[in-house]
Design a protein around this ligand. Structure first.
Ligand code: GLN
Length: 378
């Protein structure tokens, strides 16, 4: 066969988690909590199953869940989405991203992405015959150089992919970024794919600048969100996409033949759970405590901390420890010291190595303690 993705290997998340399991390391690589989702939410799943919600959900998702999402979005960001035509429940954020890209990218369309970038963007673009135009961001701040974005834009530019709070760098978009972006896309035929799966994990009282807040951006955006991250249930693989009807109708043409519909009882359960806004409004405080605790621990080690404004990732540099490549060091760290992290060069097309590792701090305090104890031995 002729490979459709000759440059693509196995995703770094699978590689590092498998290695962590194999050698019994503390797994701070792939992003997922090591504590359970709420018992109340599990009860709601049971109730949904007992009530007989065990057959296909409607293709776009369970109505009540789409309604709760519309309410939440209006309350938080002021945007009105029609649950019937503008919101679709997906099998996680990754499916939403793949579906949005495949729905609108044609051969030779150019898509601008910012690296380090979550690893599912580029393969989907390439599969559609699109061209990935990547711009590399620099630590420690990873700010988007808008003048360079401007230079990349031409008549073939079809989409810009944004991600805030950002995985892996834990940075967030600021109002100035929004202003620059708005000026750039004004009167241009450019769509936005906004990966906002960490929308509720934002710290220090900062604002999440969802595309939904800005009508001129909202009307050209696919916004992707997730329930796995906020509700500590990454294994459920339930997320959603919101977009204006003219985009969502194309999205659903693909969605219906990719997965048809998503796990029904989980959707009923999440819809009921979302009635209490505290389920997501409490998250910044919950994760900020973990962030601060983990940072304090890391400060005792030879690693140097990068800023963390959102997401559940903390990045560090390791120049005072070794000049190995980040990929080599992350393997050695896992095998010799028993802590797994993600080497961030995996998120650059060119494998650019800034000697930055990403740790996930969505873990119990005792796990973070144990990890720091091991990292202190370096
Ligand atoms: N989003 C998670 C992370 O960044 C993992 C996603 C995945 O494994 N596909 O670690």
């Amino acid at each position: 066969i002729i490979s459709k993705l000759p440059q693509t290997g196995t995703t770094i998340f699978t590689v590092m988690s498998a290695l962590a399991n194999e050698v019994g390391a503390i797994n701070l690589s792939q992003g997922f909590p090591d504590f359970d989702t709420s018992p109340e939410l599990i009860k709601l799943v049971n109730t949904a199953m007992k009530k007989g919600h065990n057959q296909y959900a409607p293709m776009p998702g369970v109505q009540s869940l789409r309604e709760r999402i519309a309410e939440k979005t209006e309350k938080l960001y002021g945007a009105v989405y029609n649950p019937d035509t503008e919101i679709t429940i997906t099998a996680g954020g990754t499916q939403a991203i793949f579906t949005a890209i495949t729905a609108v990218i044609n051969p030779n369309d150019e898509v601008i992405i910012f690296e380090p970038a979550f690893d599912c963007y580029a393969p989907a673009i390439k599969l559609m015959g699109g061209i990935v135009k990547s711009l590399e961001l620099e630590p420690p701040d990873y700010r988007i150089p808008w003048d360079m974005v401007k230079r990349l834009i031409n008549s073939k530019t079809r989409m810009i992919i944004l991600n805030s709070p950002h995985n892996p760098t834990a940075t967030i978009l600021h109002k100035e970024d929004i202003d620059e972006l708005s000026a750039l896309v004004k009167n241009q035929d450019i769509l936005i794919l906004s990966d906002e799966v960490y929308e509720h994990l934002i710290y220090d009282g900062e604002t999440h600048h969802s595309m939904a807040r800005y009508p001129e951006l909202q009307q050209r955006s696919f916004i992707v969100a997730s329930f796995g991250k906020p509700f500590h249930a990454t294994g459920w693989k339930v997320g959603y996409c919101m977009a204006p009807a003219f985009l969502m109708s194309e999205f659903r043409k693909i969605h219906q033949f990719l997965v048809f519909s998503v796990n029904a009882p989980l959707q009923y359960a999440i819809a009921a759970y979302l009635k209490d806004e505290n389920t997501y409004l409490s998250l910044p405080e919950f994760f900020e405590k973990k962030r601060d605790y983990f940072r304090k621990g890391l400060e005792q080690t030879k690693f140097k901390l990068l800023p963390c404004s959102g997401s559940y990732f903390q990045s560090v540099t390791f120049d005072d420890i070794t000049n190995e490549k980040d990929s080599d060091f992350s393997l050695r760290l896992t095998k010799e010291f028993g802590v797994a992290a993600i080497p961030t060069s995996a998120f650059y097309t060119k494998g650019t190595d800034h000697h930055v590792l990403r740790f996930c701090f969505a873990k119990r305090q005792e796990t973070l303690d144990k990890a720091v104890e091991r990292l202190l031995k370096i």
